[in-house]
Design a protein around this ligand. Structure first.
Ligand code: UDP
Length: 238
């Protein structure tokens, strides 16, 4: 490897839970800071980075619906949770000296920009990190689908999915000792084996847009930058 990044423009997908760190709810400031530093080292490689953050550390629509709420109403609450996470990540990135814009799929003029594709592209061309908040802006969707959608709209070269482990396994490696990690998978293998990576809508959209998905361990410091150089361990879906 000559240390050069394999991709020029990528979308990083973070689940809300990734921001909890050792906690069970909300945001852990050290974890957010570490992720900001990792994003910074990829930006320093000359890569254009945009980010989609989930909201599961604060609120999930399905949970609200299970407790008797109207599903769409609960999903809007979930989308608001992603905006809080996006603002927290913007803060951490700016403290690290990285120019960052938040664009929300649900306009919130006092807090951030509305999602405007061409404007987001321009920010990226200027080297700014763009965080896409509020998912797709529609209930009944997930931030995984939002990640595939925005990556396609931004003409990204890959989706980088940061998770708790080093890629996609045949079973949960935290529970099954001999679970096998896949180096590569096809989109159809992920769908037909129902592997828990991203939901089916996101995988289908990535497949249609020919967007590789690189699944790596978000909590291993420097893993994002290593994945950009093609250095594992990770799983690539293509
Ligand atoms: N959500 C939604 N539409 C979207 C994206 C998200 O309604 O386009 C809602 C949904 O209720 C979801 C919540 O926002 O449960 C948080 O997003 P997600 O579960 O994808 O977060 P993650 O699992 O990545 O933390």
């Amino acid at each position: 490897m000559d240390g050069q990044p394999l991709y020029k423009r990528v979308l990083l997908k973070l689940s809300g839970e990734a921001l909890m760190g050792p906690g069970e709810y909300g945001l852990d400031s050290n974890t957010v800071k570490q992720i900001a530093a990792d994003i910074g080292s990829v930006v320093a490689m000359g890569v254009e980075v945009c980010v989609v953050i989930g909201g599961g550390n604060i609120f999930r629509g399905m949970k609200g619906a299970a407790a008797g709420m109207d599903r769409a109403q609960a999903d809007y609450m979930g989308m608001l949770a992603t905006v809080m996470n996006a603002l927290a990540m913007q803060s951490a990135l700016e403290i690290a000296g990285l120019p960052t814009r938040v664009q929300s799929a649900i306009p919130m003029a006092s807090l951030c920009e509305p999602y405007i594709r061409r404007r987001a592209q321009r920010h990226m061309e200027k080297g700014r990190i763009v965080i896409f908040a509020a998912g797709t802006g529609n209930p009944f969707f997930t931030t995984d689908t939002a990640a595939a959608l925005r990556a396609a709209e931004m003409s990204c070269d890959a989706i980088l999915k940061g998770t708790q482990v080093d890629g996609v396994y045949s079973a949960d490696p935290k529970k099954i000792a001999d679970a096998k990690r896949f180096d590569t998978l096809t989109y159809l293998e992920v769908l037909s084996q129902d592997l828990a990576v991203m939901d089916a809508a996101a995988i289908s959209l990535a497949r249609e847009s020919k967007l590789p998905i690189v699944v790596f361990n978000l909590h291993r410091q420097g893993a994002f930058a290593s994945a950009m150089r093609g250095e594992g361990p990770y799983t690539i879906i293509r």
